[in-house]
Design a protein. Structure first.
Length: 90
């Protein structure tokens, strides 16, 4: 499987989303905030960023930090409950 990474592409006009869509798998576009979430292969990410920044309608591009986050979690050790003898022998 190819490793994928998300790109957040900020643009000026929503009518240019079709041009952005050609460079990867478009997941979401925001009408109000004018950004798109695009998934691309990690090997091609720098090349695609350069290609997208050549468009005049793109403001900036941010990379997703998900591949950098550690997702292997260790098991929490169980709490050992001590059995006390409450019988006082009365």
């Amino acid at each position: 499987m190819n490793k994928r990474q998300g790109l957040i592409v900020w643009f000026q006009h929503r009518r240019n989303v079709n041009k952005i869509k050609r460079y990867g798998h478009l997941i979401y576009t925001s009408k109000k905030l004018k950004y798109a979430v695009l998934y691309v292969d990690q090997e091609e990410i720098e090349y695609l960023e350069d290609q997208l920044l050549k468009f005049p309608f793109i403001k900036k591009i941010e990379r997703s930090q998900k591949p950098c986050i550690r997702t292997n979690f260790e098991k929490k050790e169980p709490i050992i409950i001590k059995d006390y003898d409450y019988n006082l022998g009365i």
